[in-house]
Design a protein around this ligand. Structure first.
Ligand SMILES: [Zn+2]
Ligand SMILES: [Zn+2]
Length: 296
């Protein structure tokens, strides 16, 4: 941290913001709530095909980013994509959309591409993980020199999705075998919904021991900081404002204050609106700097 700066001000934190109107607006949307990191959808996440960005739009995006306090941007992949689909047509479509997403990230200078691994849709888990790994390898091979890091997000385990356990995530990393080009994003709400009880000191310590053993902290590229609307092990993916859900503020305080995560960007996917995001960002910075607990 630079001398003279308030404690916690160098923390990489901010919400998922809208790109409505124009891509560059996302930068303003982040800065308005005090963000130093933002997550965006680089295209309409409910559509299969995206209109390519013009050079002017890309230039305005890069200019706005350069002139801002935003230091990290993560893209969240499309919800339509299922890289583990057993149906050849859906899988092909998903792979094309994912490769296109990776190309867009490279063009926009976005380093982190976060995505949900996929869903089995009746197929075996092992086969599904194989298909996901193959899908990611395809995207990596298509752009061997791109600086894009493929960040696998843990899931809540709803429906037939995979990736709700550290075993699955570790297996995906091993199957993809992409070294530093592949990482993990941990979503606190999803962890909790999948049954990892990180609320107590013991549960927290045990979780990180398991994470270190199976995956390794060097692969941890991002956090999604979300409280949970539903109880432990619900397998329901419903986010709540920090401190307002079943996880509770003290866990986020512990996480933000943990020096192992000083360089790991933390993205909020809480319901907002902006005033709440601003309070959450401020509270997380206070947690980082070790100030006594303040509710967001
Ligand atoms: Zn997600
Ligand atoms: Zn979620």
């Amino acid at each position: 941290m630079l001398k003279g700066m308030p404690k916690g001000s160098d923390m990489l934190v901010g919400p998922h913001v809208s790109i409505a109107g124009e891509l560059a607006n996302a930068i303003d949307n982040g800065e308005r709530v005090g963000a130093t990191a933002i997550q965006i959808f680089t295209a309409n996440q409910r559509a299969w095909v995206a209109k390519p960005y013009t050079d002017e739009v890309v230039e305005r995006w890069q200019q706005a980013w350069r002139d801002s306090a935003i230091r990290e941007v993560m893209s969240h992949g499309s919800y339509l994509v299922n890289l583990g689909s057993p149906e050849p047509e859906k899988l092909g479509k998903s792979r094309r959309a994912f490769c296109e997403e990776a190309r867009r990230c490279a063009r926009l200078g976005i380093r982190l591409l976060n995505f949900h691994p996929g869903a089995r849709m009746g197929s075996e888990r092992a086969e599904c993980l194989e298909r996901i790994a193959e899908s990611v390898r395809m995207a990596m091979d298509e752009q061997p020199d791109a600086a894009v890091i493929y960040v696998i997000e843990n899931t809540a385990g709803q429906g037939s999705v995979v990736g709700e356990t550290l075993e699955d995530l570790a297996q995906l990393l091993e199957l993809i075998d992409g070294g530093e080009r592949v990482g993990i994003c941990l979503d606190t709400c999803h962890l909790f919904a999948a049954g990892y009880d990180i609320r107590s000191e013991e549960g927290w310590t045990a979780f990180w021991q398991e994470f270190e053993g199976r995956i390794g902290l060097k692969h941890l590229r991002a956090f999604h900081l979300n409280d949970a609307k539903k109880p432990l092990g619900s397998r329901v993916d419903r986010h709540e404002a920090i401190g307002e859900g079943h996880i509770g503020a003290v866990v986020f305080q512990r996480l933000a204050a943990d020096s192992r995560f000083d360089d790991v960007p933390m993205f909020l996917e809480t319901p907002g609106p902006e005033e709440v995001w601003e309070r959450e960002v401020t509270a997380l910075r206070a947690y980082r700097s070790g100030e006594p607990e303040t509710a967001p």
